[in-house]
Design a protein around this ligand. Structure first.
Ligand code: GLY
Ligand code: MN
Length: 345
């Protein structure tokens, strides 16, 4: 706060509030000043916050809106510079804040805890790992269930059900089930389309455990796919394995991206690998470090990232394979363990 010349910081994002205070609910606000820390939530969460919020915070029940309560309770210094999470506060809430608490200079902060958060503690890795194990088991179950004629939306619903019934808090994001030509859309929404024999299906899903996420992609075949799609599969798998083999602390993220990208380009599919190699994973699905061809982020021990190259052929289909890994000094540990050889059901 000192180095940024701030007199107070408002932390409003759900993951930010959770990281700072321990509160897991969806409505909360932390107000941090150089001397004190306050936590505000509404009556729905009074009891829950009592059990969750760190004793370092003074809890303030908000009988009206959170910013109204900040204004009423006078927890902010009389004047000064107040930082806020620019990537969380909507324009509407920001206007409301300025109206309710005039007389301050507001400073947008971005990536407030991102660098801190990018290196995970042991407990954080344990939660991601638990989420990864659940997603692995869900994948195993799906293999018993997916048949020609199944609708993408039913497979997606099944993934959500299995996540929850296996002990996850919920999905980490809407499951992606993209069959046949729809596999060429990297983030396809599951539709009512029925999976046909001879098609590849991209399954991309994850769950949350204690707020931490898993993110797993496997591409399977329902009946024997075309020679071209099988070739694409082996190229993507090689690229993914090579990137996992190269991942270690000290590496610059763009160089890791380059390992997979070169392998895919050498097979002639360079222009069909249309997204970044991966991303940091934790309380957010996408967080620091960035794992792209432009990223200068340096990998450090304790970072958790995804490695997920893909090749997408419009009109034909797509292949993506994704694992979650923890970076170590001399390599990485893979948290997801679902099989990766091409499974033809
Ligand atoms: N698995 C979804 C994503 O990484 O965006
Ligand atoms: Mn991902």
């Amino acid at each position: 706060m000192k180095s940024r010349r701030l007199d107070a910081i408002l932390v409003s994002s759900t993951p930010g509030v959770r990281y700072l205070s321990g509160f897991t609910g969806s409505t909360g606000l932390c107000v941090v000043t150089p001397r004190r820390a306050f936590f505000l939530t509404d009556s729905r969460y009074t009891l829950q916050s009592k059990g969750e919020v760190s004793p370092a915070f003074t809890r303030i029940p908000a009988h009206r809106g959170l910013f109204e309560e900040v204004a009423r309770s006078g927890v902010l210094p009389r004047k000064g510079v107040v930082g806020f999470e620019a990537d969380d506060l909507t324009v509407l809430r920001y206007r409301n804040l300025k109206r309710l608490l005039p007389g301050y200079v507001y400073r947008p902060l971005s990536g407030l805890f991102e660098n801190l958060r990018s290196i995970k503690e042991k407990e954080e890795i344990a939660s991601i790992s638990a989420a990864a194990r659940i997603s692995d088991r869900v994948f195993e179950s799906l293999l018993q269930e997916i048949r020609p004629g199944a609708r993408e939306c039913d497979v997606a619903a099944r993934i959500s059900f299995l996540h929850r019934s296996s002990g996850a808090d919920g999905d980490a994001f809407d499951p992606i089930v993209a069959s046949g030509p729809r596999g060429a859309i990297p983030h396809a929404r599951a539709t009512r389309r029925r999976i046909r024999k001879g098609e590849m299906v991209v399954l991309d899903f994850g769950c949350t455990v204690g707020g931490y996420r898993s993110d797993l992609t496997r591409t399977i075949a329902i009946g024997k796919p075309s020679r071209e799609m099988r070739d694409v599969y082996s190229v993507v798998l090689d690229a993914q394995n090579e990137a996992i083999g190269a991942a270690r602390a000290g590496l610059i993220a763009r160089d890791l991206d380059g390992v997979a990208r070169r392998r895919i380009a050498a097979a002639g599919y360079g222009r069909r690998f249309t997204h970044s190699l991966g991303h940091g994973l934790g309380l957010h699905l996408h967080e620091r470090p960035r794992i792209s061809s432009l990223s200068l982020d340096r990998l450090r021990p304790g970072m958790v990232i995804t490695i997920e190259p893909g090749v997408y052929l419009p009109g034909k289909g797509g292949v993506r394979i994704e694992d979650d890994v923890v970076i170590h000094t001399s390599g990485c540990r893979v948290l997801t363990a679902a099989p990766k050889e091409l499974l033809v059901l």
